[in-house]
Ligand binder design. Sequence first.
Ligand code: SF4
Ligand code: SF4
Length: 129
Amino acid sequence: MRLYADSAKCSGCRACMVACSLNLFQESNPKKASLNLIPHFPAPGVYEMKVCTQCGDCAAVCPTEAIKLNERGAYYVDFAECNLCEACVPECPEDVMFVRAELANAAWKCDLCGDCVSVCGTSALWIDN
Ligand code: SF4
Ligand code: SF4
């Protein structure tokens, strides 16, 4: 299972990013979300959504094996085992692996909680195989 996004349906409200930061950090802070919205304005006037495909490339390079599989079959970061080395960041083909030492003491990524899907008012996000 993985998260999918239809950029054409995105209104740019960022409710998904707030929901994501609440899931991962129990904080309302879109800067700490694990999905990304890239605005393309004025042309073509759309938000480009970037989400984790659960490819596992981040887990393959992590020297401390901090990126593990959860009960949903999704890779997540075990915060206690991340040393902020950033090896995972350039491996992500979707640019949704985050290390920002000024914001958090560990890397973060999508753990497939589904909260962004629940809050999206335009059905731009969904989970499927
Ligand atoms: S499924 Fe959960 S962890 Fe993944 S992007 Fe959505 S809110 Fe964030
Ligand atoms: S930043 Fe953390 S999760 Fe990423 S590769 Fe390094 S130790 Fe692993």
